[in-house]
Design a protein. Structure first.
Length: 157
């Protein structure tokens, strides 16, 4: 078996009145992420980590925000396409680790629901998925959130 690692990052500004999606889960909040799609920074970071691990073009190249097909699209579509490409190349996921940097809302009440949903979408055991919520503590004080994801893949060959 040989291994491949991928790193993904995403950030979006909040927009009042938009639904907030994280990891494909609707989160109760007054604002969602501004963006062409549903702005789900967690799914975007995971998708980009996956795509880079398998040497594919990044999320912006595959799903450009000038393309009307992706307007208000569920980001699950992007992740599922990345997973399809990964399986076609003979890889499987060993584990993924995500850091979500966001002051509000607190992610802890939703963590298990998000992990369950990612496990369902990605067909990965829940113990191989980690999501950590971090507060900014003075770092980058603006009205948005950022997410990092690192993913490890294995190839049977
Ligand atoms: Mg994005």
């Amino acid at each position: 078996m040989f291994l491949r690692i991928g790193l993904g990052f995403d950030s979006h500004e909040f927009e009042e009145g938009k639904p907030l999606y994280l990891g494909g889960v609707l989160i109760e909040h007054t604002a969602g992420f501004k963006g062409h799609s549903d702005g789900d920074i967690l799914l975007h970071a995971i998708t980009d980590a996956l795509l880079s691990a398998i040497g594919e073009p990044d999320i912006g190249e595959l799903f450009p925000d000038r393309d009307e097909r992706w307007k208000n699209a569920s980001s699950e579509v992007f992740l599922k396409e990345a997973l399809r490409r990964m399986r076609n190349k003979g890889f499987s996921i060993i584990n993924l680790d995500c850091v979500l940097v966001m002051d509000d809302p607190k992610i802890s009440p939703y963590k298990n629901i998000i992990v369950d949903n990612l496990s369902r979408i990605m067909h990965v055991d829940k113990t191989a998925i980690s999501i950590k919520g971090k507060r900014r503590e003075g770092f980058c004080k603006d009205k948005g959130a950022v997410c990092y994801c690192v993913i490890l893949l294995g190839h049977e060959s």
